[in-house]
Structure formats: structure tokens, C-alpha cells
Design a protein around this ligand. Structure first.
Ligand code: 2AM
Length: 201
């Protein structure tokens, strides 16, 4: 417990999510793709996550107390233990929403084996059993490349991204991470809180 500036007793709260990480080579390819887009649309207003922070989110928990982080790690551990390692491919480029003014530029994730969807479902069940609300939206695995603000050049940027190709970049997923997100002046900073090995193939 910590006493905050207003004198009220409060546990520290952390912004937490669960994710799988990407190999260096995929992050580098994504960074090159982003650099090309930025060079071609310098007037568009967008925030670009740092390449080292690109990841695939499986579950967003939001603000939780430190005590609850332990429950999340336990849930992630149980889910990982129950799933085998699997292959994934990062490929294709798209936007949310798919048409019209884009808010997010993403790179797609192809989960041919269904391993990622299984891990996500398992994690969702474990988190629900630990008392966390279920995600109501369908799971659409992706890497967020940029978040756009309305600007004159935003349509050109999103069209260039929609027309582009990316990958395939194939790799194996061996671990599930519980991550902390800290909002800062240079964008969000993500740090692993715990790491959970998936089962052998
Ligand atoms: P995004 O990449 O689609 O923006 C850390 O913020 C991670 O949690 C990001 O990958 C982000 O997904 C996801 N995230 C942030 N806020 C969220 C929310 N309200 N609901 C679901 N996922 C969220």
C-alpha cells in the first residue's frame, strides 16, 4: 500500500496487458515499412510506436492493482502451460476501420495452426475465472503500426498502407508475456512483468 499525494491510502495501479513478442527480424521489417510510409506522407499526423515495442496483444486488462498483477500472472501461467508452441506469420497491411478515415494502421497476423486463437481463448477463460471481465469484441490479432489523427495527409497515408504488401514473416511463439504499459511523452513504454513458457510441441 502507498499513500498518495492526496493522503488517501491506495495500492499502486498498473496498466497491464498480455501479449506475445516478435522476433527482431519482424520488428525491423515493420520499422522499415513504417519509415517508408512516413517518408512518403510527411504531412500526416500520427503516432508511431517504437519498433522495439511492437507486439501482439491477446488480452488488455487496463488499470489493475499490484495485487491483481499476481492473479494475472497466474492466469497467464495456467494458459501457457496448457498450450503448445506454434508458428505464426505476420503478413498483409490494413486499417481500422477497413474503409474511410483510418484510426489505426496495422500489420496482419496469420494463425494457420490456430495456436494463437487457442492461447487467447484459454487466457480469456483463466482471466475470467480470476474475476476479470471478458472481452466482448472479436479477437483480431494485429500489430499496431500507427495511430492516426485527422489531418489533410491522413487519407494518402492510409491509402498507401492499404495498397502495400508486407511479409510473410514466419516465426514460432514460445512464450506468453504479462506486460506493463506506461504512457510517456515519447509514446507508451512497455516492459515485461512476467514470462510464461508454452508447452513443448
Ligand atoms: P492496440 O495495439 O490495438 O492499440 C497496450 O496498450 C496494448 O493493449 C496495445 O497492444 C493495445 O492494442 C491494447 N489496448 C490498449 N487499450 C485497449 C483497450 N481499451 N481495449 C483493448 N486493447 C487495448
Amino acid at each position: 500500500m502507498r499513500v498518495d499525494d492526496r493522503g488517501a491510502a491506495s495500492g499502486e495501479s498498473l496498466r497491464v496487458f498480455c501479449a506475445v513478442e516478435l522476433p527482431e527480424e519482424v520488428r525491423e521489417a515493420a520499422a522499415e515499412h513504417a519509415a517508408r510510409l512516413r517518408r512518403d506522407s510527411p504531412g500526416a499526423s500520427a503516432s508511431w510506436p517504437r519498433p522495439e515495442s511492437l507486439h501482439i496483444t491477446l488480452k488488455f486488462l487496463g488499470e489493475v492493482t499490484e495485487a491483481r498483477v499476481r492473479d494475472i500472472s497466474r492466469a497467464a501461467g495456467a494458459a501457457a502451460e496448457d498450450c503448445r508452441r506454434f508458428g505464426l506469420s505476420v503478413e498483409e497491411a490494413g486499417t481500422f476501420p477497413a474503409r474511410g478515415a483510418a484510426r489505426v494502421l496495422w500489420l496482419g497476423v496469420r494463425d494457420e495452426s490456430g495456436g494463437l486463437a487457442r492461447l487467447q481463448r484459454r487466457l480469456e477463460r483463466e482471466c475470467e475465472a480470476a474475476g476479470f471481465a471478458r472481452e466482448t469484441r472479436a479477437f483480431k490479432p494485429h500489430l499496431t503500426l500507427a495511430r492516426l489523427r485527422p489531418s489533410r495527409d491522413a487519407p494518402a497515408l492510409s491509402e498507401a498502407h492499404r495498397r502495400s504488401t508486407f511479409g510473410p514473416h514466419v516465426f514460432r511463439v514460445t512464450d506468453l508475456f504479462v506486460m506493463r504499459s506506461e504512457l510517456g511523452p515519447g509514446g507508451s513504454r512497455y516492459t515485461p512483468l512476467s514470462r510464461h513458457r508454452l508447452g513443448d510441441e
